[in-house]
Structures are given as structure tokens and as C-alpha cells.
Design a binder for this molecule. Structure first.
Ligand code: E4P
Length: 217
């Protein structure tokens, strides 16, 4: 399962890039706003840092402007994936961009029916938002299972990109189901390393080691 970082913060991306676990990056208009920086410059910098796909989202809501924005974003770098919302105009934009060879990530997916349409529109990625579904008392991971089953039934190439991840359990559940990608807020990627027994076990090893007076080097 690939791990993407859900961030538009260059410093955060640089830090996590060094871990070797970052296979791509996703951004959205809220993350760009949070960065306080220009979208075109930010996406160009992220694309130069990261080899894998970098999702850059359109901000128009009508087909013609979305398509123009999508083409402009795609021209920034070869690893840009254009992100469009799961609306009728977004799916039309997805088809048009996919037909011309641009990778598209269809975002804000909340039902399996929407995911089916995105695959038929030629999306490279579908982004179901599990955390936001859980927030309203729905079963986010149940949606991931349904989409994975539907895509397998019809051999769709669209990759299931689990978004709006809120916990390390979401990551494990996505891996158990066999989702293709998870996009993680940096703090969730950090907490994947963590376990209190790892920390206390290491403390005990270090204390015992010190008593030996030895050095490996
Ligand atoms: C994914 O591409 C989205 O940017 C993101 O995962 C949304 O997460 P949120 O629900 O925490 O805002």
C-alpha cells in the first residue's frame, strides 16, 4: 500500500520525505490556504521534492474553468495529478483530462455510486473521505470495502486512495482491506512509528547496556 502525505507545507514534506515512506503528496484548497503560499509555486516546489504523484486541486466549479485550471496545474510538472471534486462538472473535467493523458484524482467521494462514476470517467485515483463519514456516524471503512469490491468486479484501474484519515487504525484497516493508497496528515505518519512498549523497551535496553560499560564502536 502506498503512503501519500496530506500536506501543502514544504518543511513538513521535506522532513517526512527523508523517512523514505512518502510515495506521493495530496493537497487541497484548505491546505494551500493554511500554508499561506501561492498554489502554483507551492505545487512546483512539492513536485521537485517528491518523485511520486502530487495532487493539485482545481478551484472552479464549472466545467470550462475547471478544465482550463486543470490544464494549467498539469503543466507545472510531469508528476502533477489534477484533483477535481466529485460533481457532474468535476467528472466531465476528469474525462476530458484523462482522455488527453493527464492523471486525475476525484475527491470528496462519499458513496460507492460516486466512486463507480469516477472510475468510468477514467480517474487514476478516487478519494473517499473516511474520517468525515465516521464524523457523521457512517462507516467510512465500509465504503472503502465496497469500492474495492466494485473496482475488482469490473477490473477498473482506478486506485482507491483513502483520504480524511484520522487514526493509525484507519491505516491498518485500509491495508487489511487492500486499498491502494492512504494519504496521511503528517502527525498520523509520525504516530505509525509509535508504541509505548517500544519506548519503554528501548529505555530498558539502554539502561542495561550502559551498565556493561561497553561500546560497539
Ligand atoms: C485528501 O486528499 C484530502 O485532502 C484530505 O484527506 C481531507 O482530510 P480532512 O477530512 O481531514 O480535511
Amino acid at each position: 500500500m502506498k503512503i501519500f502525505l496530506d500536506s501543502a507545507d514544504i518543511n513538513e514534506i521535506k522532513t517526512h520525505q527523508n523517512s523514505g515512506f512518502v510515495d506521493g503528496v495530496t493537497t487541497n484548497p484548505s491546505l494551500i490556504a493554511k500554508s499561506g503560499r501561492n498554489i502554483l509555486e507551492t505545487i512546483a516546489e512539492i513536485c521537485a521534492l517528491v518523485d511520486g504523484p502530487v495532487s493539485a486541486e482545481v478551484t472552479a466549479t464549472d466545467f470550462e474553468t475547471m478544465l482550463t485550471e486543470g490544464r494549467k496545474l498539469a503543466a507545472i510538472a510531469p508528476n502533477v495529478t489534477v484533483k477535481v471534486p466529485l460533481t457532474e462538472a468535476g467528472l466531465r473535467t476528469c474525462s476530458a483530462l484523462a482522455d488527453s493523458g493527464t492523471k486525475v484524482n476525484v475527491t470528496l467521494c462519499f458513496t460507492a455510486g460516486q466512486a463507480l462514476l469516477a472510475a468510468k470517467a477514467g480517474a487514476s485515483f478516487i478519494s473517499p473521505f473516511v474520517g468525515r463519514l465516521d464524523d457523521i456516524g457512517k462507516d467510512g471503512m465500509g465504503l472503502i470495502e465496497d469500492i474495492c469490491t466494485i473496482y475488482a468486479n469490473f477490473d477498473f484501474d482506478t486506485e482507491v486512495l483513502v483520504a480524511s484519515v484520522r487514526s493509525t487504525q484507519h491505516v491498518v484497516d485500509a491495508a487489511l482491506i487492500g486499498a491502494d493508497v492512504v494519504t496521511l496528515p503528517p502527525k498520523i505518519l509520525t504516530s505509525l512509528y509509535k508504541h509505548p512498549l517500544t519506548d519503554s523497551g528501548l529505555d530498558a535496553f539502554m539502561a542495561d547496556w550502559k551498565q556493561t560499560g561497553q561500546s560497539i564502536l
